[in-house]
Design a protein around this ligand. Structure first.
Ligand code: ATP
Ligand code: MG
Length: 586
């Protein structure tokens, strides 16, 4: 998606606002843990110095015991602070991630079809899962390390210098060296991480396409091709990850070598100073521990930067989703005295993401309340595109569409869509029971209403044979049902809503003529007063409609009854003749 100004405007950090108390407590508790930790080496140094002082055991015992007990006490306090800091950081980061995922999902739900198509399913899945996990991890790291790193750095430097100023040379040499390594990493890693996420999108898309289209792949024994497609996406993802790993594989040992050399330097300088009686052995040991902490702090900073660069790429991807405003916005009209009418007024339409070629041009016609209107035309002539404009899946490029006398753009989208049942060309079933699938959009319907809708749609005839009846579980996408059974369940779903307008987009294509006739009779009798718009390919399916709209190459050729069309419309006559020649079809 193209970046726009709004993308930058969304502040993901504001998602931490409700959890500010945890965000405050975590670093404070961490400060407690670090303080306890910084005191430990100096206490240990006292014990060591006392032990090697040459005094009698009974003389050193009180100092060793009291300092030992103090160390133990501080360890317990430090441990408690550390655990609470981890817990509070965990609460803040998990809730931050949770809220972000919820908002992201709601946003995806609100987007218009053209927008979700543009993002691609694979990318949306990665953005709502993997990218948000990267952001959550960053919050966790920052809350835990932001105080720990500078405190270790400053505290370690101060404590080390108080032991002996000459240790400062070691720090002067090692800290800048480590910082250079960190800066190199900060410079090179963000573009690498951004590519990693893009490659992961591709892997997810291929997996998603192949799992949902598994039947096609198997039917065409296309597994080798799909496997090679997946392998290519997967290798690209792996290689990109390896590039990131290479960078970090270089960085971490360098940091570690610098740290170890620094420790050796402290021991050498300390040993030299101890020999000169300028410093105690215990202090040298403490200094070695302090320098470790100082350099560990630099490594922590590098870890924060590593996570930040990964999260930066993720943040812009998540922001893109959150800042994407649905292009189809509802108006404010919620009521109209007119019911069940549809009017197209000089409507032309081109798909927004396509080359701009019109798939519908200058269409004008009106459907009355309670009328059954059929739409017929050759494949690809624009039938689905035409009915898609009624519930505003897309907006007309030119002209206006009216429902109940009101421009669809002025209707509150939810109210508009509640007036309409749309039985799609490809029946979409969800995992759940048959009942769950019928009651989508009418969750409060009682058993009687469900049964009535099922009878109209000729669902009851096959469901009553099933052992668990309406509570039979449907596999994902209705894999356990026949094409015609799925279509009938989708029709029952549309009927159950008792809409003002019901649209069937070629949704009886998989039914035999006698079942189709029963469904049509059921709809005529059971949904009296409802306006029916029925797309079909077969003359037999449309000839009983009150009026038939004939579409040819995106234009409306004629709109009349079957009998009149046979007299006046050449396109309709051609369709009729071709199907009559087929003989058995009508
Ligand atoms: P069928 O009888 O096969 O269902 P149809 O009459 O319903 O065909 P439409 O689906 O309306 O035809 O398609 C009309 C034209 O619009 C076709 O040329 C198709 O390629 C194009 N089209 C359909 N959907 C899209 C889309 N989402 N983006 C771009 N072009 C599309
Ligand atoms: Mg169609």
């Amino acid at each position: 998606m193209k970046k726009n100004k709004k993308v930058k405007d969304i502040k993901l950090i504001s998602y931490l606002k409700p959890y500010w108390i945890f965000c405050l407590l975590s670093p404070l508790l961490m400060a407690g843990e670090v303080l306890m930790d910084l005191v430990q080496p100096s206490l240990m140094s006292k014990i060591v110095n006392e032990s090697i002082s040459g005094k009698e055991f009974s003389q050193i015992l009180p100092t060793v015991v009291s300092n030992g007990l103090l160390m133990l006490f501080l360890v317990v306090i430090g441990g408690f602070c550390g655990a609470m800091s981890a817990y509070t950081a965990g609460v803040a980061s998990e809730r931050f991630g949770d809220d972000l995922r919820k908002d992201g999902f709601r946003k995806v739900m609100s987007l218009s079809l053209q927008q979700t198509d543009k993002f691609t399913t694979g990318s949306l899945v990665t953005r709502l899962t993997n990218d948000i996990v990267a952001l959550r991890d960053l919050v966790m790291t920052v809350l835990r390390m932001l105080i720990r790193a500078p405190m270790f750095l400053i505290g370690g430097v101060v404590m080390c210098l108080t032991l002996d100023v000459s240790f400062g040379y070691v720090m002067l040499a090692s800290i800048p060296l480590q910082l250079v390594v960190v800066v190199i990493m900060v410079k090179y890693s963000p573009p690498l991480f951004s590519k990693v996420q893009k490659r992961l999108d591709r892997v997810n898309s291929v997996v998603q396409e192949n799992v949902s289209g598994a039947r096609v792949v198997k039917a065409y024994t296309n597994e080798p091709y799909e496997i090679s497609r997946f392998d290519a996406a997967n290798s690209a993802y792996r290689d990109q990850n390896l590039k990131v790993l290479k960078l970090f594989a270089l960085v971490m040992p360098v940091l570690s070598i610098v740290m170890n050399i620094a420790v050796v330097a402290i021991i050498l300088i300390g040993g030299y100073r101890a020999e000169a009686q300028a410093i105690n052995v215990g202090d040298v040991m403490a200094a070695a521990q302090y320098i470790t902490r100082v350099l560990m702090a630099v490594m922590m900073v590098s870890h924060i930067f590593q996570q930040t660069s990964r999260a930066q790429a993720s943040a812009s991807r998540v922001r893109e989703v959150l800042s994407c405003e649905p292009v189809i916005l509802g108006g404010c009209i919620k009521e109209s005295p007119e019911k069940g009418t549809v009017r197209f007024e000089d409507v032309s339409f081109a798909y927004p993401e396509s080359s701009g070629a019109e798939v519908l041009s200058h269409i004008t016609f009106e459907i009355k309340k309670g009328e059954t209107v059929a739409i017929i035309g050759s494949t690809g002539c624009g039938k689905t595109s035409l009915v898609n404009l009624i519930p505003r899946f897309y907006d007309a490029s030119k002209g206006k569409v009216f429902v109940d006398g009101v421009d669809v753009k002025e209707w509150d989208t939810e109210v508009l869509r509640r007036k309409i049942s749309f039985v799609l060309q490809k029946s979409e079933l969800f995992s759940g029971t048959i009942r769950d699938n019928i009651t989508i959009g009418s969750e409060n319907a009682d058993d009687e209403a469900v049964l009535c809708a099922a009878e109209i749609a000729q669902v009851d005839s096959f469901v009553s044979q099933m052992p668990n009846k309406y509570y039979t579980y449907v596999a994902e996408k209705g894999a356990s049902l026949s094409g015609g059974q799925k279509q009938r369940i989708a029709i029952a779903r549309g009927v159950l809503r008792r809409p003002e307008i019901i649209i069937f987009d070629d949704s009886t294509s998989a039914l035999d003529l006698s079942t189709e006739a029963k469904v049509q009779k059921g709809i005529r009798e059971g949904l009296e007063g409802t306006t029916v718009i029925m797309i079909a390919q077969r003359i037999a399916s449309v000839m009983n409609a009150d009026r038939i709209a004939v579409i040819d190459n995106g234009t409306l050729c004629a709109f009349d009854t079957h009998e009149n069309l046979l007299k006046t419309c050449d396109t309709y006559k051609d369709i009729y003749a071709s199907q009559m020649k087929g003989g058995s079809d009508i």
